[in-house]
Each structure stands twice: as C-alpha cells, then as structure tokens.
Design a protein around this ligand. Structure first.
Ligand code: 0WE
Length: 258
C-alpha cells in the first residue's frame, strides 16, 4: 500500500483551500508523511495567517516563508530542514506566476521583463529548490512539480506561461538525469484545468472547464484530491521505477484530437 510514514515532505504553493498544493499536502498527510509547508510572505502577514490556519489540522512540523525569487529565503528553508529534520525525502513544487497582462492578447507582445518574471518564478524556481534539496535527500527522494498542457501545445491565452511550463518540463528531465544516480526521482504532473485562485483570475476559465466536461473521455474535470493522490503515488515506492516523466491527470483530455 501507499505508505509515506517516516518521510519528510516539503510542500510549496499553498495559497488557499482551492490550491492544488493543498490537495497534495492532504494526501501526503493521509499517507503518513511529516509535512513542512512554505508560504509566500507579504508585508501584512495575511498569507502567513491564512495558510497557517488552513494547514494546522495537518500538524506540519515546519512552517516557513519562501519567496523563490529570494535565494536567501530558499537557503534559510533548507538550513532549517537540515537542522530540524536532518534529511528530506519529498519536495513538492507548485509555483507559478506571470503578469496578468501576459496571459491574454498577442503572445508576441510579451515584454522581456514579463518573460523573465514568468520563467524565473515558474521554471527556474524548480532548479533553485532542487539544488537545495539534493544534499538533504541522503536516502534518495522524490521531487514532483505541477505543469499544464499549455507547456506542450498551444492553449489560447496561456501565452508566456506555456513557455515557462515547457522550460519546467525540460527542467524535470535534466534534473532527473542528474539526480537519478543519487536515487532522487523527478517527475511532473500535468493537471487539467481546475478552479483555483490563480486560474479564477484568468478570463474564460469557466469556458475551458465546460469544454473539458464535454470532450474529455471522463466527461468531467479533475479534482485537487485526484492530483494529490497521483503526487502521493509519485512520492511513494509504488513509482520507484519512474523518473523524468510527465503524468497527465486530466480526465484523458490530452489524447483527443477533436
Ligand atoms: O498555470 C496556471 C495558472 C498560471 C497563472 C495564473 C495567473 C493568474 C493571475 C500564473 N500567473 C498568474 N498571474 C496572475 O496575475 N494554470 C494552468 C491555470 C490556467 O491559467 C491560464 C489558463 C489555465 C488553465 C491562463 C490562460 C489560459 C488558460
């Protein structure tokens, strides 16, 4: 059975109870993992309070600020893990950001700073976190990131995020090749569209969801829990032979041509 008891898992990307990272954290907890949670700090500490209240039932043994654009904060996260846990087994990367203006209109209008911001937060951050995790994954480990079909095919308006996800998916493969000899596996989950804080800010997300409900083989969208269960599988020994893969958890949508 799927058993993560005795495993230390760091989960990034929880913003609220709709976050995919929240679905993952709950399933890792249900499988017995010991959790560390990071949140994106803001000036007023509102995010810290909200996320802290949300995750309290999962009894995280670490709760830390982590803005991936600030390498000093990332170093602080891993030095705390080294001190408090001694080793890390699981790293969940569920982070993305692009400017709203860059998620609509002409892709060719994407500015250099908008492009760099999206790739920095959404793709380079996996490299930063993997570098920090590597020396702590002394018993081997599993790194899981979240991607989307728009990184492999053209999805209207996904624009610069598509390029960021393409880079992220290639990061998965290069990291898997480097870390495999250390028994660290790196995989991605390509989730179908889900209503979250990020996706709800995007115009037309409801139309996309209705489209999936009409054409995907399962005739419905996927849930945060389903993505969480796949993440738990990728973190467990049940997937011990898999690395460098992108798993589609999308009701089968991506197999369709029409
Ligand atoms: O990866 C994502 C969300 C990415 C995202 C969303 C936002 C909205 C608010 C990144 N940055 C921002 N920045 C903001 O200011 N998804 C897979 C969800 C998503 O986003 C889309 C989608 C889908 C699906 C954007 C356009 C078209 C489809």
């Amino acid at each position: 059975m799927l058993d993560l008891t005795g495993k230390n898992a760091l989960v990034t990307g929880i913003a609220n109870n709709k976050s995919i990272a929240w679905g993952i954290a709950q399933q890792l907890h249900a499988a017995g993992a010991n959790l560390g949670i990071t949140y994106l700090p803001d000036e007023k500490g509102r995010m810290e309070g909200k996320v802290n209240d949300l995750v309290a039932p999962l009894n995280p043994s670490l709760f830390l600020p982590c803005n991936v654009q600030d390498e000093a904060q990332v170093e602080q996260v891993f030095s705390t893990i080294a001190e408090k846990w001694g080793k890390l087994d699981i790293l969940i990367h569920c982070l993305a950001f692009a400017k709203r203006d860059d998620l609509t209109g002409d892709f060719s209008a994407t500015s250099k700073d908008g492009f760099q911001l999206a790739l920095d937060v959404s793709a380079y951050s996996l490299v930063t976190l993997a570098r920090g995790a590597k020396p702590l994954m002394t018993d081997g480990g599993s790194i899981v990131t979240l991607t989307y079909l728009g990184g492999a095919r053209v999805v209207p308006n996904y624009n610069v995020m598509g390029i960021a996800k393409a880079a992220l998916e290639m990061n998965v493969r290069y990291l898997a090749a480097e870390l495999g000899p250390h028994s660290i596996r790196v995989n991605g989950i390509s989730a179908g569209p889900i209503r979250t804080l990020a996706s709800s800010a995007v115009g037309g997300i409801l139309d996309m969801i209705h489209h999936v409900e009409e054409v995907a083989p399962l005739r419905r969208t996927v849930t945060q829990t389903e993505v969480g269960n796949t993440a738990a599988f990728l973190c467990s020994d049940l997937s011990s032979g898999m690395t460098g893969q992108i798993l589609y958890v999308d009701s089968g949508y991506c197999i369709m041509g029409m």
